[in-house]
Design a protein around this ligand. Sequence first.
Ligand code: IFM
Length: 498
Amino acid sequence: MAGNDNTFSRNRFSLTRRQLLTSAGGLAAGGAVAAALAACTPLASPKNTAWTPPASPMRFPKGYVWGAATSAYQVEGAWNVDGRGPSIWDTFSRAGGGHIVDGSTGDVAADHYHRWKGDLDLMKELGLGGYRFSISWTRIQPTGSGAVNQKGLDFYKGIIDGLAERDIRPAITLFHWDLPQPLQDAGGWPLRDTANRFADYADIVFGVFGDVDADWFTLNEPKTLAFNGYWYGSHAPGIMDPNQAAAAVHHQLLAHGLTVQAWGAHGVKGRIGPVLNLTPVTATDPAAAEQTKNVDAVENRLFLDPVLKGSYPTDAIGSANGQLPADPDQFEALVKDGDLSTISSPIGVLGVNYYGVSGVDLNGTMVKIHKTSTADWEQIWAPGLYQLLTRITKDYKRVPLLLTENGIPDDMLQNGLNDSARISYLRSHFQQAARAIGDGVPLEGHYVWALLDNFEWAEGYTQRWGLVHVDFGTQKRTPKKSFDWYTKVIAANAVSPV
Ligand code: IFM
């Protein structure tokens, strides 16, 4: 694991996927950090650490959805098949220049486009109650607007029907970062009209699949796309401009709200909401309270508040340490009358992606306070999940929650199939989920990221996140040890202490 390495490169292409855990500003040795932490108050629940799991299995409510997730560009491949148009990820991964660490693309990925039936059989074998996948916009509308591609709709109809045959509930994400390239050429998410284009695309999907009883998700992780794609430049479309990033936040949220409204107008079955990746943050120095509050605003409240309260936090954007360094006036001018009521249209479910926590230093920089997985941005701390879930429930109106992603990449020191580190990780996070449910959090399901090894964005194929190993040369699937372990958890609807 990369857990002993406290230094992080900040060069453009080795920026971590989600945030800058930099060596800038330095990071105190573990003991000093722990001492500093003990001296400061965490932002959320005071009950976040003093808890040990019970010796007996922790049971989950009847109907709890045990799931696994993927996304279109990461698994489908078939980049130029059956009329699919180019997305920003096709462009970005082909551009070279170190965008993707191993120089790879998602052209073939796990070839799920051609192998989905076998993959659905694997899900059945695992005993999944839910499968979360995303629809590729450019399979449905190859240029992002106008003509509809029937073959794209047919592909997803096959998956939806195949899930129904296997009694697996679909969780369908309409957008997992693969913006049609022509829309980026016109300005991308910083352009307001992209929200309208997205609502048109959603309208097409709802018109065809309105009778599908699913958990519908509008956008996956609008934060990651906005920040990595338009601020750090480490993801497609590779832009480095905080003002564009701020605009991309607002217009994605607007697209979310318009889509919730279109969903209601179509009378689609199931329920709908966004998928937000959220991160509890803690000051590493008693004097860093303000900086930590700012980072919390950027990481969490910038997304939760508009969706669940109909307002933007005032401390997220600006030039203070920890803020998104865009122009607040410029941002305010983007928010037109009615936008916030659109964005806060009532949702039926909130998807939460949880990967860990972060410390915040005096510079407002996110720094390492816990061991990371092979992904150096992922600071593993299971109690943070409890902290996050209880905080959402306490600070916002009550809405059913689904953990829509949670997982780690293979530990490089372990044999790929013998992934006991993933089992420990999942066990501790399932326990914290059960604990949160016991304390009244309306959590209704848990999707492991990921079902299959896949294309991990800027990390290419160097990180393997799957319950199922994929040999990218032969496309052979082999369940890992965690797959067998998860099968037992699902069958028992309970997580055991060992
Ligand atoms: O692979 C990604 C996924 O696309 C979005 N959430 C985090 C995962 C792991 O980095």
